[in-house]
Design a protein around this ligand. Structure first.
Ligand code: FES
Length: 552
């Protein structure tokens, strides 16, 4: 709820800022055009419902900022979080005089706040000029960071990012350039007493005393804003002092240290305060789920998830003891904590939000592909030749798997492992696996044709394909972490690939795959094979030529 209020109020204010900056940018073409547009915009902004909306959005955003200042238990933050916080805090002192001198001056004294009125103080005082530039930068960068942390977990974000970058750079640059052009016009007016008198008359400028009152009001509101920030920080200190006197929280990190922290910290804050790397793609806003942890220990005393946290957990299909580390503030007690994503998790890991990431058993199809005789082939070649050849081969088989709807799990030496059925039923996975095998056969034939002059003999492959239960989850360490499958089905598929050689076949596939795919009559020769580690034989079919597989 709080996160949503902050986002919605921020968006309302951002729309206001964008229209404001676009108005300044118009001055690049013509100051009178910019004034005409400003008049129209002012009519919208001053329309009572819009005024109420803007004021409410401002107050809500301010309250959310004070709340997050109060709620924050540690000052260990990323550089971006620091930047957003400091820029946000600087907006009121930088912008108060501008707001009082325009909107409030209009409401109290009927000032006509055209470009001359806005730019006049800047033309007279370079400090006001610098302050205004700093205000534009602070507001804009603060908003961009907020949007980035909000949107970076959305699947569409990488696609629109280049356009957003361009917009984020162009709009403020054009607004500042437009203000510069307007400033030149204002300076020209100031050098001509007659034009200056008439420009001042148009603005219906207030008296000196009224201007002094406006400055006083601006200073007073700055002091009030500062007092509110200090109050939030003081309240935070009192709470920290009080919590330190309470029994603390002990967290046992899986494969890591056991730490003691004061009660009241979120698990993410506890990790940060102890220097323990912890994924947090959205910066602790409860949106990305990359901070999620599995808990053990005194879990009966844990508070229930908030509505926002529950929504994210539900989307993930998380088991009960999986919680968002940035949202959960465990009461005093001892807990075990297992981070479910590596500390360097990326936005893509966030919207890969399924139970698969946590660990799940699925009936799926596993494929192993091996390039026959590659060791002998590579011995007679230069290293870059080997790399070139392997990469062409990997691209061909990888594309075949993806076109069939599967996922390349990994390349191992000159072999490949692929998964089918991560998001589909076993019947579909079986058809996808067979389709991928057929496509690999076609791709290999094309590759052999393309490399005919380079190869003494055509490339040959062996494929093993099996359907059964496998455990799927995110496994690994550091950069070598990813979604993969483990278990007997994987081992069986690997052994079928090795055995395909003994049958002189391109594909050795378990009958289970054909049964699930509903293919009758199934192509290939039927056999019963005994596999190491299995008490019973396995019904398989040896397919000599991948081209004999039917179209799916
Ligand atoms: S850090 Fe993004 S949900 Fe916790």
């Amino acid at each position: 709820m709080i996160g949503r209020l902050r986002s919605v109020s921020g968006c309302v204010l951002l729309v206001y800022v964008v229209t404001h900056l676009s108005n300044h940018a118009l001055a690049l073409w013509s100051l009178s055009l910019a004034d005409a547009w400003l008049e129209w915009l002012s009519a919208v902004w001053r329309w009572p419902p819009v005024s109420v909306l803007l004021l409410t959005a401002f107050l809500v955003h301010l309250c959310m900022a004070l709340h997050s200042l109060w709620r924050r238990r540690t000052w260990r933050m990323s550089r971006w979080e620091w930047a957003q916080l400091l820029l946000g805090l600087s907006i009121l002192p930088l912008g108060m005089t501008h707001v009082i001198g325009t909107r409030v001056a209009h409401e109290l004294h009927g000032v006509y706040t055209n470009h001359f009125w806005v730019l006049w103080p800047m033309a007279a005082d370079p400090w006001q000029n610098a302050r205004q530039i700093a205000l534009v930068i602070a507001v804009w960068v603060h908003a961009c960071i907020g949007l980035h942390f909000w949107w970076r977990v959305k699947p569409w974000y990488p696609r629109v990012l280049p356009g957003l970058y361009a917009f984020a750079l162009l709009l403020p640059a054009m607004a500042l350039a437009g203000a510069g052009v307007g400033l030149g016009s204002v300076l020209a007016i100031l050098e001509d007493p007659a034009r200056m008198q008439s420009a001042i008359a148009v603005t219906r400028a207030p008296s000196r005393d009224e201007v002094a009152d406006l400055y006083f009001l601006s200073d007073l509101l700055k002091v009030v804003a500062l007092a509110l920030v200090l109050l939030a920080l003081a309240a935070r200190q009192v709470r920290t002092f009080w919590l330190k006197r309470q029994k603390g929280v002990r967290l046992r990190y899986a494969g890591g240290p056991t730490v003691a922290v004061p009660a009241g910290l979120s698990i993410l804050e506890a990790s940060r305060s102890q220097g323990i790397a912890h994924a947090s793609v959205c910066g602790g806003r409860g949106r990305c789920s990359t901070c999620r942890v599995q808990l053990g220990g005194d879990v009966t005393s844990l508070p229930a998830p908030s509505a926002d946290e529950a929504q994210v957990l539900e989307r993930l299909g998380s088991p009960p003891l999986v919680r968002l580390a940035c949202q959960l503030r465990p009461p005093p007690g001892e807990y075990s904590v297992m981070q479910l994503l590596p500390p360097d998790a990326q936005p893509a890991d966030a919207y890969r939000g399924t139970t698969l990431a946590v660990g799940e058993e699925r009936r799926m199809v596993i494929m192993f592909v091996d390039l026959r005789g590659f060791t002998a082939l590579s011995e007679k070649r230069l290293p870059f030749d080997v790399v070139f050849l392997l990469n062409r081969y990997f691209r061909s088989v990888g594309q075949a798997v993806e076109q069939a709807g599967g996922r390349v799990d990994k390349f191992i030496g000159d072999g490949m492992m692929a998964l089918f059925g991560l998001e589909s039923a076993p019947e579909v996975a079986a058809r996808q696996g067979l389709d991928a095998a057929r496509r690999i056969g076609l791709a290999l034939a094309e590759l052999n044709q393309a490399l005919a002059c380079e190869l003494a003999s055509p490339l040959r492959i062996g494929i093993g394909l099996h359907l059964g239960p496998a455990i799927v989850g995110v496994l690994g360490h550091g950069p070598a972490t990813g979604l993969t499958a483990i278990g007997d089905t994987v081992n069986t598929a690997s052994r079928l690939e090795s055995l395909s050689k003994d049958f002189g076949a391109q594909l050795l596939v378990s009958q289970a795959v054909f049964d699930a795919a509903g293919l009758t009559p199934a192509p290939g020769e039927p056999h019963e094979v005994a596999l190491r580690g299995r008490s019973q034989t396995l019904a398989v079919r040896a397919v000599a030529d991948l081209a004999s597989l039917p179209l799916s």
